[in-house]
Design a protein around this ligand. Structure first.
Ligand SMILES: Cc1cc2nc3c(=O)[nH]c(=O)nc-3n(C[C@H](O)[C@H](O)[C@H](O)COP(=O)(O)OP(=O)(O)OC[C@H]3O[C@@H](n4cnc5c(N)ncnc54)[C@H](O)[C@@H]3O)c2cc1C
Ligand code: FES
Ligand code: FES
Length: 1333
């Protein structure tokens, strides 16, 4: 069992082509094989652990027994190559290409504007494609299920859903004009112009299933071979054996009891990848047919342990209608749980046996299987049946089975008359998320009685494994199923399933309360069922009809996207103002768009892995790299001593060390780097570097700690208008509050990536990098290597998302990678794994604010005093600038005459935080909006009224003395209220809440005023270089980077208008420091404003230069005028544009820090399940003033994407740190960004019409960042719903709800009878599992 042995040949097909691999390594996953070996780079790597869907492919297999084919989506990152023998794999390249014909799925997602950065798009395409292969006319439910495991950080999903919706037969219309009547049909009046649309369905290619690739006949023959042989594959460290008979499997397992049985690899795979587990031998039973057999008996059904969870689901769905309802209670409960377990790709490969044996503490299935009296049939030297009960599950990942035992099948019995089974789960995100608490519950009544004969309650998430609430059950048996019995049961359950306050996983109070509230849900459902069942006479149950808690609604309806049509006089050729598709959309959807890590490997290229600190505050006493250097493939270790130039990067006036030499100040700080021939070898090298530390005292983690120890970065800032102290003396009322806003991980889908190539002469380096600021990378590499900038060229083709996270932190990584390239004189690639990226590169700043507000009885706010503290982490980065931006926006749209703000960035021993879309504004504005809500609650008035009373009106002046007009903002406000039918819906919400005890609705309307551009003038300049070639083609280069925001598309539109040629003649290849030097970052919502003007100027001048040619040949064409070598005209122009003079003078507390304001208003309505804290956004309406949009589809995409990112920030995403400062949340399994299940069910966006802006190109406005804050409308709607729940419990008045308003926080804030029962542990009396930073 070692490398060098000759194994069998692995044979499978990819995109219709046969692949024969003679040296298949069991540790290789399909993803790296596709990308590294076959150079099929369309399939992307976003997380490596099955949690993001970027690597989705379709796997097809032939079933010889039934002579049928199965097609299913799967995550290539978890698919072992060796598992694919006999399978046909289809990747995004296999279904369509721009060179031949694109597939309808690719076309529709592209044309519906479903891609921005495009990194998630191939995965979206493949999930949809696999669905359509099985169901060419899916329902919306099918689509949302298929895409539940595909994350997108840019689009907000709505356009992806709309593109896929076109495959459905169901109504596709918004019904805005009444039942079944779409706005697109007009209002019946022939004079009313039709609303312009973002795309036209009529353009789409039809879906023709006969055009798909056929299953390879060779694989059919292979599958039908009568006597298949055992396959063995030998890798560098691991051997893979795939037996074909049960007998052989049993022998193998008996001989190698420690070898895992790899089925779906969804448990084993992540363990190998993330925990570094090494298995010298892997047994793959996937060709042993007994493990896949299904047989029915009179008592139930035996299901092969190797059946995938999707197969189990289809089987149960098929069986349910075949039997009386009473017999299938368990089947239905299992099915419900299966619908929410993991995601489609996971369920398609994860097996029933694997799930049971994995014995996850929060398994979804095990509690239900256990209450249902299921059992497993296991085999080793003999066979036995083992019940799945509390004795079976022994601990985390441990069962009662002996290591050599194999689960062959699982018995799922029918239920009896009078038996009810239910399954419940509550997870941090509704879908594609492990449960916080999962449960199975069963009760049995004898005929005509409500006295409990038998009951079983099992919980997941309440300990190291699935647990039975045996004592609680004993207290219920033989008692009538009524409130009295149940209320005693709650108390017993509370004791029985107690969790210590520092229990792993945290959320202790919430988990404990869920055990009760889920039992209460079961109670209500059983009561309903008892009533409905004819078997139980109505008169047996005399109590009140209990409230029926129906599930939260989930179907995403078509929404409206309204924008202003271009004027009739505009030339048809002129694309400005039209919803032009992203110029790379087809490339995104076909997988042809090239990202940094898709660049082919150069000869001798090395891979760099980073060694980071495991201590938060310590001296480094030794760095031992000897073991690492001995490992295969490891070439060198790079330390600070190898840096020939500057070892520090300057950041806001302070120096940041590139690699720690003597001391570390956070976990995740870079100490050194290992370079090796492959990624895998670099990773092993990193693990082998040994660092010794001596801990230093008193690390600081929380904002409170920092305040106590005065640990701040300077300068701290203060701004004041009026006289706050005096004003407080004259107000009617004063209220003081606090608001905490958690941080947010950027979670760009493409991790930090770069390749540094030494050119080979005169110290020249080419840097291919995913960054928002190429010039900064150039400067950083040059300074680190001690060379001049003219030797370093940075190339940026595109980024797979950035959101502020690919500026400063990327420059550190580029510096380190360039040192490795210099030292080894070889090209070096650095692509961070998701976990390292999250650990090292920082996040959005958490902010805690305290405020004091003075107001009059009539609602006027007269004085407000706010203090903001951000958790900046271990280096300054841009943290003090973030604080400044918070202070500059603290007034939002409110004219508070006496306003004071103070802000400080706290120095802590956590990874350094950095810029993130909105740059502090979302956190800052949250405070003022929360304050206004509090004032409204204190005064007992609706929050929107208090907002209106205090808004700027007429000619206005900000607190930093800038004059502006709020007119367009007020138009947005009025229009939003009108469009969303605010008053009527507000009444309907209140009415709903009166009638519903356990579900509440909430509504909010939230405004924003956002200053666009950098407050420093030098950052607002831009340049563009335009070439006109002799064939008439035009190459545009400018300083902006394309990261999904569509800047290249807009620049193409600008050039097209100015040169009066179609966009097809204009190309943008990359952003390069050798074409446009000294650029500014693509940030601050200012990219189009700055670069657009530069492109415009350059094109205008070039167009003028061609005037003589046009005069000479008035009937000529663009091509003929471009043949300019006959004329003394230059066809190349670099145009540099100086931005507006912007500044902020903190001494005088005045300035003009933005060029203009973008305004917006958002109304959200949510429905909240008060028992679990689960919520759904029912409807969102956003009105935004972005002047005259250059491209409405791109801008609406930015609005929707930003809103969803804000919704994530304020309601979902939580960074969790251990008490020693280690980030726990290092991947999509632990950190939840919004998924498709979070899209508002109705999502309408309106661009304010007839708005002009003299400060930006073609009267447009920047829109990248402002709308992030509008995601807070979901937070305030949840808070509104919570307030309604609290008032039912007699609680009135302001209350604290920190952001994000997760299900945990919302549920606890509702203060139900269940949460009230949970004893709270005194802070300080225990060590919490996670810190509140
Ligand atoms: C992204 C992601 C999300 C997930 N979400 C959820 C969720 O929401 N809820 C939930 O409950 N689970 C969830 N899971 C866990 C998933 O359901 C399990 O990992 C899966 O069911 C295990 O099955 P498998 O076939 O992949 O097992 P493998 O990883 O192949 O094997 C797992 C273990 O089971 C053993 N084993 C497998 N088959 C047998 C057998 N027949 N006899 C004896 N031993 C056997 C193996 O030896 C191994 O130790 C998630 C996993 C991932 C990666
Ligand atoms: S890379 Fe495979 S699921 Fe994320
Ligand atoms: S377009 Fe989906 S992640 Fe960027």
């Amino acid at each position: 069992m070692s490398a060098g042995k000759q194994g069998d040949s692995l044979c499978f097909f990819i995109n219709g082509k046969k692949v024969t691999e003679d040296d298949a390594d069991p540790e290789t996953m399909l993803l790296s094989f596709l990308r590294d070996k076959l150079r099929l780079t369309g399939t992307k790597s976003g997380c490596g652990g099955g949690g993001c869907g970027a690597c989705t492919v379709m796997v097809s297999r032939y079933q010889p027994a039934t002579k049928t084919f199965t097609h299913y989506s799967a995550n290539a990152c978890l698919l072992p190559l060796c598992q694919l023998h006999g399978a046909a794999v289809t990747t995004v390249e296999g279904i369509g290409s721009s060179k031949t014909r694109i597939h309808p799925v690719q076309e529709r997602i592209a044309k519906a504007h479903g891609s921005q950065c495009g990194f998630c798009t191939p995965g979206m395409v493949m999930s949809t494609y696999a669905l359509l292969r099985n169901k060419p006319q899916p329902t919306m439910e099918d689509i949302t299920q298929a895409l539940a495991g595909n994350l997108c950080r840019c689009t907000g999903y709505r356009p992806i859903v709309d593109g896929c919706r076109t495959f459905c037969q169901e109504a596709n219309c918004c019904q805005a004009n009444g039942d079944g009547n779409c706005c697109r049909n007009g209002d019946g009046n022939p004079d009313t112009p039709e609303e312009p649309q973002l795309f036209d369905k009529e353009d789409f290619l039809p879906l023709d299933p006969t055009q798909e690739l056929i299953f390879p006949p060779e694989l059919i023959l292979m599958a039908e071979t009568a006597n298949p042989e055992t396959l063995t594959f030998y890798g560098e460290r691991t051997t893979w054996v795939s037996p074909t008979s049960l007998e052989e499997l049993v022998q193998l397992k008996a001989k190698h009891p420690k070898a895992p049985l790899v089925m779906g690899n969804t448990n084993i795979g992540p363990d190998i990848k993330f925990k570094g587990v090494l298995h010298p031998l892997i047994i793959s039973p996937s060709r042993v047919k007994e493990l896949f057999e299904v047989s029915e008996t009179a008592q139930g059904v035996w299901v092969g342990a190797g059946c995938s969870l999707s197969e189990l689901r289809s089987l149960l769905e098929k069986l349910v209608p075949q039997f009386p309802e009473e017999k299938t209670e368990l089947f239905r409960a299992l099915n419900q749980q299966l619908g929410n377990l993991g995601n489609q790709q996971i369920r398609n490969v994860a097996t029933l046996g694997g799930n049971i044996v994995s014995a996850y503490p929060n398994s979804d299935l095990n509690p239900v299987l256990a209450v249902g009296n299921c059992k497993v049939s296991v085999i080793s030297r003999g066979r036995r049946e083992v019940p799945l009960n509390q004795d079976f599950f022994m601990g985390f990942g441990k069962t009662i089975l002996n290591p050599e035992e194999i689960v062959v099948s699982v018995f799922i019995p029918f239920t009896r008359k009078g038996e009810f089974v239910r399954a419940f789960r509550q997870a941090p995100r509704k879908e594609a998320s492990f449960a916080t608490v999962s449960t199975g519950m069963r009760v049995f009544f004898s005929e005509g009685s409500r006295v409990v004969q038998d009951v079983s309650l099992y919980y997941g998430g309440m300990g190291p494994t699935t647990v039975s609430a045996t004592k609680t059950c004993a207290a219920i048996i033989a008692k009538p199923w009524d409130d009295e019995t149940l209320s005693k049961a709650y108390d017993i359950l509370l004791d029985e399933l107690a969790l210590p306050p520092s229990a792993p996983g945290g959320k202790v109070e919430f988990r404990r309360s869920l055990t009760l509230s889920l039992l209460f849900k079961f109670h209500l459902e059983v009561l309903q069922k008892l009533r409905e069942t004819t078997l139980f006479l109505q008169n047996v149950i005399k109590d009140e009809v209990p409230e029926k808690i129906s599930p939260l609604p989930r179907e995403i309806q078509p929404g409206l996207q309204e924008f202003q049509a271009v004027s009739k006089d505009q030339s048809a050729q002129d694309p400005v103002g039209r919803p032009i598709m992203h110029r790379s959309a087809v490339g995104h959807a076909t997988g042809e768009a090239v990202y940094c890590d898709d660049i082919p490997k150069t000869d001798g290229e090395l891979f760099l892995g980073l060694v980071t600190s495991s201590r938060a505050h310590a001296k480094i006493t030794a760095v031992d790299v000897s073991q690492a250097l001995q490992l295969p493939g490891v070439v060198d270790v790079i330390t600070a001593q190898d840096i020939p130039g500057k070892k520090f990067r300057p950041m806001t006036g302070q120096k940041e060390e590139l690699m720690a030499e003597t001391e570390v100040s956070c976990i995740g700080q870079i100490i050194c780097a290992v370079v090796a021939d492959t990624r895998a070898h670099a990773k092993r090298g990193v693990a082998a570097v040994k660092i010794s530390y001596e801990d230093l005292p008193d690390p600081i983690f929380t904002i409170e700690d920092a305040i106590e120890k005065s640990s701040y970065y300077e300068p701290r800032r203060m701004i004041e208008r009026g006289n706050v102290t005096e004003a407080f003396e004259k107000v009617d009322q004063i209220y003081e509050g606090e608001m905490r806003i958690g941080g947010q991980e950027h979670f760009y889908m493409e991790p930090q990536s770069m390749v540094v190539v030494p050119v080979g002469e005169e110290m020249e380096f080419d840097v291919y990098i995913s960054t928002q600021w190429p010039s900064l990378m150039q400067e950083a590499v040059a300074e680190t290597l001690g060379i001049s900038s003219n030797r370093v060229t940075c190339h940026v083709k595109r980024l797979g998302g950035a959101f502020g996270g690919k500026v400063t932190k990327t420059s550190h990584l580029a510096s380190i990678t360039s040192v490795a390239a210099l030292k080894t004189n070889r090209a070096v690639r650095c692509v961070l794994e998701r976990g390292d990226d999250m650990l090292i590169t920082g996040a959005r700043h958490p902010v805690t604010a305290r405020y004091k507000v003075g107001f009059m009885k009539d609602g006027r706010i007269v004085a407000a005093d706010m203090e903001y503290y951000s958790n900046a982490g271990n280096t300054i980065d841009e943290s003090t600038l973030v604080v400044e931006k918070i202070l500059m926006h603290m007034d939002n749209v409110y004219n508070i005459p006496n306003l004071r703000g103070r802000g400080a960035a706290c120095r802590t021993n956590l990874p350094s935080n950095t810029a993130f879309r909105g740059f502090g504004v979302p956190q800052g504005l949250m405070v003022v909006e929360n304050m206004i809500n509090d004032v409204a609650v204190v005064l007992g008035r609706p929050a929107d009224e208090i907002r209106e009373i205090n808004m700027y009106r007429g000619p206005s002046v900000t607190h930093y003395k800038l004059e502006f007009s709020p007119d367009n903002f007020l138009r947005c406000w009025d229009e939003c209220k009108l469009k969303c039918d605010y008053s009527a819906r507000r009444k309907a919400v209140d009415q709903f809440n009166k009638q519903s005890r356990w579900k509440k609705r909430g509504m909010s309307i939230i405004p924003i005023k956002y200053g666009v551009a950098f407050a420093e003038s030098f950052l607002n300049q831009a340049a563009a270089l335009v070439h006109i070639y002799k064939d008439g083609s035009v190459l545009v280069t400018h300083g902006g980077t394309e990261m999904g925001q569509g800047i290249h598309t807009k620049m193409q539109q600008v050039a097209s208008r100015e040169l009066r040629i179609p966009t097809s003649k204009i190309y943008i290849s990359e952003t390069g420091t050798n074409t446009v030097p000294n650029t500014c970052p693509s940030a601050a919502s200012f990219g189009t404003d700055a670069n657009g003007m530069a492109v415009k100027n350059a094109c205008e001048i070039l167009y003028q230069r061609l005037e003589p040619m046009r005069k000479k040949d008035p009937n000529g064409s663009w091509e003929s005028w471009s043949l300019i070598d006959s004329e003394p005209v230059s066809s190349v122009l670099l145009c540099v544009l100086r931005g507006e003079d912007l500044y902020m003078d903190w001494e005088k507390m005045e300035g003009r820090p933005g060029a203009y304001f973008t305004f917006g208003v958002c109304c959200c309505e949510v429905e909240l399940d008060c028992l679990t804290g689960d919520y759904r956004t029912l409807r969102t309406d956003i009105v935004v003033d972005i002047g005259r949009s250059v491209n409405p589809s791109v801008d609406i995409g930015q609005i929707e994407g930003a809103f969803m990112q804000g919704l994530g920030l304020f309601t979902l995403e939580e960074l969790k740190f251990s008490p020693s400062g280690l980030l726990y949340t290092r991947g999509p399994s632990q950190y939840k960004i919004p998924a498709i299940c979070d899209v508002p069910l109705r999502f309408n966006v309106y661009l304010l019409k007839d708005s002009d802006n003299p400060h930006a190109i073609y009267s447009s406005k920047g829109i990248g960042e402002p709308v992030v804050f509008l995601g807070s409308a979901a937070f305030f709607a949840i808070k509104d719903a919570v307030a309604a729940a609290r008032s039912d419990s007699g609680l009135v008045g302001p209350f604290t709800l920190s952001s994000p308003a997760t299900p945990e926080r919302a549920c606890l804030a509702c203060n139900s009878q269940f949460t009230q029962k949970i004893p709270t542990s005194k802070p300080g009396s225990f060590k919490p599992w996670a810190l509140d930073i």
